[in-house]
Ligand binder design. Structure first.
Ligand code: AHG
Ligand code: MN
Ligand code: MN
Ligand code: MN
Length: 337
């Protein structure tokens, strides 16, 4: 068959996760496969609403404030409802943690399963009204042995997650997923209604040429970050300076970092003492994906995936991306010890 002939053997996300399940042999129950199927359905549903948002009055504020003190957008609330309903109905979850809910949701016995899902239903809210990329971020833990589902099942280090991923709603919807065996990217073919494997085995380049920080916060930054940024903007030995790219949607900034390399950072600073990004449903899933793609994710002082959370909405500094770039930043932290 000629090379430009359409592919008749497409790999859908469902096919791909089923083949992973087969690889695990008879020990695999298929529960994680069904949970991931529920999650991909929520992504299609949210993507559909994001596309139509301007037309069906889904732009703007919902009128409530969340536990972080942020005004919720209509799409934040709608995406959250979509996630909670689908995850509960899947029968595969026991505990849910959402950016938009102050308390963890413990699933009633009738629907209880053995997984816990932490999620940011809509990431990048400030970009909604301008039609700029936004996304959904999720991480999955398995219940601890003998647990019926409680908050202690999610107050665990990110390295204990069994799966993590995000869906970016951009020029196309892209779902990026890891179940601990590398990272794969899928693109929604909206005519088929299926996510198709388009980015198998994503690996972050060892070094990139892009830095992604909100430099508007520079006056609050601590010296390791200021000095690192100076080093890449005014490099020695005739090297070229790095390019700046910052979208303000973590999903989009991390997606570009996974594909092109470079460094994404949201530091702690003199104003935001613990940084801005939330550990459980922003930092952990993105750190999990970064490491699975061969990169590094750190607070500047230690590995993000090793942190033991003490509350579900806590925040942490985040630097992630290409191994060499993140190591360069860490050296500036070590100089200040
Ligand atoms: P969310 O919209 O889920 O509240 O997350 C917003 C986060 C994240 O997407 C992004 O990286 C960061 O906020 C941007 O913050 P600044 O506007 O302070 O740069
Ligand atoms: Mn928010
Ligand atoms: Mn977010
Ligand atoms: Mn959000």
């Amino acid at each position: 068959m000629s090379e430009d002939f359409p592919n008749t053997d497409i790999i859908t996300l469902t096919r791909h996760i089923l083949s992973d399940q087969l690889r695990l042999g008879p020990a695999a129950t298929g529960d994680l496969t069904l949970l991931l199927t529920a999650i991909q359905t929520t992504s299609k549903f949210i993507a559909n609403n994001v596309r139509k948002a301007r037309l069906i009055n889904l732009i703007g504020l919902a009128g409530e404030t969340n536990v972080q003190g942020e005004e919720q957008k209509k799409l934040d609330v709608l995406s959250n409802d979509i996630m909670i309903n689908a995850l509960r109905a899947s029968g595969k979850t026991a505990v849910l943690v959402s950016e938009e809910n102050e308390e963890a949701i413990i699933i009633d016995d009738k629907f209880k399963g053995k997984y816990c899902v932490v999620f940011d239903p809509l990431d990048g809210s400030s970009n909604i009204d301008a039609g700029v990329n936004i996304g959904t971020i999720f991480g999955v833990y398995k219940l601890q042995p003998d647990s019926k589902g409680s908050i202690s099942d999610v107050l665990r280090p990110g390295k204990e997650m069994v799966a993590a991923g995000y869906t970016m709603y951009g020029s196309s919807a892209n779902l990026v997923l890891s179940t601990g065996f590398g990272v794969n990217g899928y693109t929604l073919d909206s005519s088929l209604g299926e996510f198709i494997l388009t980015h198998p085995d994503i690996k972050i380049p060892a070094r990139g040429k892009i830095y992604s920080f909100n430099e508007g916060n520079s006056m609050y930054f601590h010296s390791p970050v200021i000095n690192y940024l100076k080093s890449i903007k005014f490099p020695a030995n005739g090297k070229s300076p790095y390019s700046a790219r910052y979208i303000g949607s973590m999903v989009a900034d991390v997606h570009r970092t996974l594909l092109y390399g470079g460094i994404f950072g949201y530091p702690d600073d003199k104003k935001s003492k613990k940084g801005k990004l939330r550990l459980l449903y922003e930092a952990f899933p993105m750190a999990f994906l970064t490491e699975q793609a061969g990169g590094i994710a750190t607070t500047g002082k230690g590995r993000i995936l090793d942190i033991i959370p003490t509350s579900i909405h806590e925040r942490c500094p985040v630097f992630l991306g290409s191994k060499d770039d993140v190591n360069d930043l860490v050296k500036f932290y070590q100089l200040h010890e």
